[in-house]
Ligand binder design. Structure first.
Ligand code: FES
Length: 178
């Protein structure tokens, strides 16, 4: 295309890409300006808010090694709480032994089933196994990550446990709270 007199030349293709580079670099500086902790906090905040407080069960009604089903953070997310009978990492309640997980397998989303003999959640689709006593860690199988653990709170006055957040991404979601 030829230039006409008295009109500024339009930016060349090379200039266009240079401008793009400068803009991208500016954006990078803004992200890089955050400390790692602040960046992680910003990401976590975006991924975890706003969780609701949801009552799950009264502790004295829970039996050791028997799962209590519930849904969290919404009706499409099946979860299970288990009183393990001895303190476990992340366990809450008077004995520090109650944990809860999303039961959707992190491989392809099949609902896992709690096996009280092995104290594990087992996936019937491709046989991944997740350890309920070790934060939902995968023991074996094709799943890429542990089961998302439901963050619980215990109210000693009412003896109730409640779900308040999720640690880990529920299968099939880009954010846990939709
Ligand atoms: S869906 Fe659970 S192992 Fe494949």
């Amino acid at each position: 295309m030829s230039e006409t007199p008295n009109q500024p030349a339009s930016p060349s293709r090379r200039d266009f890409f240079k401008m793009g580079g400068v803009l991208a670099a500016g954006a990078g500086v803004a992200v890089a300006g955050l400390t790692p902790a602040a960046a992680e906090a910003a990401i976590n905040t975006a991924a975890t808010l706003p969780y609701k407080h949801k009552t799950v069960a009264r502790v004295k009604t829970m039996k050791v090694n028997q799962p209590v089903p519930f849904n969290y953070p919404d009706a499409a997310s099946p979860c299970s709480a288990v009183k393990m009978g001895a303190p476990v990492p992340g366990g809450i309640g008077p004995d520090g032994d109650i944990v809860a997980y999303s039961i959707m397998c992190t491989h392809q989303g099949c609902p896992t089933v709690y096996d009280s003999n092995d104290r594990c959640f087992k996936c019937p689709c491709h046989y991944s196994i997740f350890d309920a006593e070790k934060g939902g860690q995968m023991v074996c199988g094709q799943a890429p990550t542990k089961l998302p653990q439901i963050v619980l709170e215990y109210d000693a006055k009412t003896d109730m446990i409640a779900a308040v957040a999720v640690n880990g991404l529920i299968f099939g979601r880009q954010a846990n709270v939709l």
